[in-house]
Design a binder for this molecule. Structure first.
Ligand SMILES: Nc1ncnc2c1ncn2[C@@H]1O[C@H](COP(=O)(O)OP(=O)(O)OP(=O)(O)O)[C@@H](O)[C@H]1O
Ligand SMILES: [Mg+2]
Length: 317
């Protein structure tokens, strides 16, 4: 098992490695395509020139996020600002779980789902996501008070990201190809994700391949919905400052692939991606009466942003 032989396991402290090494055999494989329609869609992505340099795993867009139940809290990932943790689930998988009860609230889980699944559509490697149900009974076994409070506040559905055993944080030693780097940069500009700098690369390298992680800071426009009406137009042309992006130096010219990537994000694709967000994470506001209205607001924003890509890619390298 890789993890027992390497000095790193994700970014886990050494003491945790032995603990987790017993679980890593449960790592999930890329799920098979759910339907013929999805298979056709994946082939379409594979054959796009912009993805020709990516010879790794291209996952399908799932029909819905798989649902699993948490069995065991394994260890916290202390460096994560949202107190994520590694958990074992009833499908024999091991997941990095982002908790609904963490300070940032449900919207960061929504952003994580939407932007990660858009990444997948753009042939950007990113760990598969699942919805992890946490039962109240599990909270009683945790001795650490801070963790127990977090678990108690997180009973219900949380977000799991397939744990990539033996991965390490991006340090520039295994850069993505220029094409993949450009797609990641375009994605971050599209979703206004400022959280991929040298201070916090949010890329892990697994089996030599970079994986984009941690998209909770993207789509920040939704935080204003509690105060004011959604305004897709204001978001659509917002400039993105790529000067401190961790891949700015290695990316191929982003503008040259913008039209192609925007064309990949058809209305149907965006709708499917937004449809993956569990209903109970879509918080209603005064303007947005229920989950359908919230989904429609995300679709408005993402469509408007896509259609304005000639404007916001102008300043990009
Ligand atoms: N799927 C994964 N497999 C392996 N390691 C992971 C995975 N997801 C996250 N990690 C590790 O856990 C760390 C924290 O994860 P992440 O960045 O998603 O959490 P966060 O709370 O949003 O962090 P921050 O806000 O500090 O960036 C990552 O830097 C990475 O080292
Ligand atoms: Mg992070």
């Amino acid at each position: 098992m890789l993890i027992a032989e390497r000095s790193t396991c994700g970014s886990l402290p050494g003491a945790a490695i032995g603990k987790i090494s017993t679980l890593c055999s449960g790592h999930r494989n890329p799920s098979p395509c759910a339907s013929g329609l999805r298979r056709a869609f994946v082939e379409h992505v594979r054959s796009r020139p912009g993805s020709a340099d990516y010879a790794g795993r291209v996952s399908s867009l799932p029909e819905r996020l798989p649902r699993v139940s948490a069995l065991r809290y394994v260890t916290p990932l202390r460096e994560g600002g949202s107190l994520p943790a590694v958990m074992e689930a009833d499908d024999d998988g091991t997941y990095v779980v982002k908790f609904r009860g963490a300070g940032q609230g449900l919207k960061v889980l929504v952003a994580e789902v939407i932007t990660s699944e858009i990444a997948r559509v753009l042939a950007i490697p990113t760990p598969e996501l699942v919805v992890v149900t946490l039962d109240e009974a599990l909270t009683k076994y945790e001795r650490d008070e801070e963790v127990q409070d977090l678990l108690k506040a997180s009973v219900g559905t949380n977000l799991g990201s397939d744990f990539l055993p033996g991965s390490f944080g991006y340090d520039g030693s295994r850069p993505p190809t220029p094409g993949l780097a450009a797609r990641i940069l375009w994605l971050d500009a599209f979703a206004l994700n400022v959280d991929r700098t040298w201070a916090n690369p949010n890329i892990v390298v697994w089996h030599g391949q970079p994986y984009a992680i941690d998209h909770g800071a993207s789509l920040w426009f939704h935080h204003s919905w509690v105060r004011k009406a959604p305004d897709a137009a204001a978001f659509s042309t917002r400039a993105f400052d790529a000067s401190s992006h961790v891949l700015a130096e290695v990316a191929a010219p982003v503008r040259s692939i913008g039209d192609e990537l925007a064309a990949t994000l058809t209305d149907d694709v965006l709708q499917d991606v937004i449809g993956l967000v569990p209903e109970e994470w879509l918080e209603p506001t005064e303007q947005l009466a229920g989950p359908d209205a919230v989904r429609a607001a995300y679709l408005d924003h993402l469509r408007a942003r896509r259609d304005a890509q000639a404007v916001w890619t102008e300043g990009l390298p």
